[in-house]
Design a protein. Structure first.
Length: 367
């Protein structure tokens, strides 16, 4: 029997979802009339879900402008102006960083640059930071050079250091891991996998001159890893990128991705994420894609539970870090259990635990 899935969320989630899908394909989302409260929440959701730039469409679209207030228009115009200003500052900072990396002969890759798009930066990228992946020794060397230049330093072990330009405010996030949870813990097996993926992306995936990612299968794999360990609850745009990039792969690159996922024992989890993205964004996966990445019926029970609880989380980032937040701690536990259930070659004995059995029952009953 075909199983259907529902997604809890009010109108602002649907509006942002349609805005992401439409604007990424240069189409109009035809947003409905929004109340002031909905506009406020939509802006909040877009900001936290890395989709701030998508709502800039409303400024330039004759149809959408009729459905938003003057105050919302002013907020969007201010955000777009800031994004364009930051883009110019980031480009200047980026050139300096490439030069510093070259002089120091550091192993580095701008691992968040998509091989499907030629540009480093755009007005849609409204963050004020530049992300670069480096080895541990290269991180120490870059930090020393930038501190000597007068940049301020903050450390976030074990995943990154941040240096900030005291004049422009642009930050450079120097990462030593491709992903690491903002909250909770990671199992030894998963951490080993993350370290291996970090090494492989540094060695195999980038152009030597530009340090851009040039290997599409590795990039799609990285997106899924980043979504799962960094963006749960705040990853609407990342989830869209995963599905869109998967469909953009050539048949040969899809086969390479399939082999890569099996090599890393991440196949089941990737298939789950791809299916979740397909359902959430109502994007059909062609039979050729499903033949390689189709989700086993045994794991479909968890899809609705996952979409309802983990895609759109209405809580501030700060609440995730609050040790006394019982709701957040329960979510952390569920994430860990789901990560175990979706693990390739998981020992059956590991599943016979009360918390895991309780989780499986809740998922089956739609709780």
């Amino acid at each position: 029997m075909k199983q259907s899935y529902t997604i809890d969320g009010n109108d602002t989630v649907s509006v942002l979802r349609e805005t992401i899908v439409s604007t990424e394909s240069r189409a109009c989302p035809h947003i409905p009339q929004l109340s002031l409260q909905q506009e406020h929440e939509l802006l909040w959701l877009a900001s936290y879900n890395k989709a701030y730039g998508n709502v800039f469409h409303y400024i330039h679209c004759v149809f959408c402008r009729r459905h938003i207030s003057d105050s919302f228009m002013k907020q969007l115009m201010g955000a777009e102006f800031t994004a364009m200003s930051d883009c110019r500052k980031k480009l200047k900072e980026l050139r300096t960083l490439v030069s510093v990396i070259g002089r120091g002969r550091y192993t580095a890759v701008f691992y968040k640059t998509s091989p499907f798009h030629p540009g480093f930066l755009s007005r849609e990228n409204v963050s004020s930071d530049i992300d670069v992946l480096v080895s541990g020794s290269a991180c120490d060397g870059l930090v020393r050079r930038y501190v000597k230049r007068g940049y301020t330093l903050k450390r976030y072990p074990p995943k990154e250091c941040t240096v900030s330009n005291p004049h422009s405010g642009i930050r450079i996030d120097i990462h030593t891991l491709v992903a690491h949870p903002h909250f909770g813990d990671m199992s030894y097996e998963r951490m080993t996998m993350i370290k291996r993926l970090t090494h492989d992306m540094l060695v195999y995936t980038h152009e030597e001159s530009s340090k851009r990612v040039s290997d599409p299968p590795y990039y799609v794999f990285y997106l899924a890893v980043s979504f799962w360990y960094n963006d749960l609850g705040f990853g609407m745009h990342t989830l869209y990128q995963i599905v869109h990039s998967l469909l953009a792969l050539s048949p040969a690159d899809r086969r390479r991705l399939y082999a890569l996922l099996n090599e890393y024992q991440w196949y089941t989890l990737f298939s789950f994420i791809a299916e979740a993205g397909s359902v959430f964004y109502k994007i059909s996966l062609p039979s050729s894609v499903r033949a390689l990445f189709g989700l086993s019926p045994a794991f479909r029970t968890y899809l609705n539970f996952f979409l309802r609880h983990f895609i759109v989380v209405r809580v501030s980032m700060e609440a995730w870090h609050h040790a006394r937040n019982k709701w957040a701690q329960r979510v952390f536990t569920d994430i860990g259990i789901l990560d175990t259930l979706l693990r390739d070659l998981v020992p059956h004995g590991r599943l016979l635990r009360p918390k895991i059995i309780w989780f499986m029952g809740r998922a089956a009953l739609g709780m």
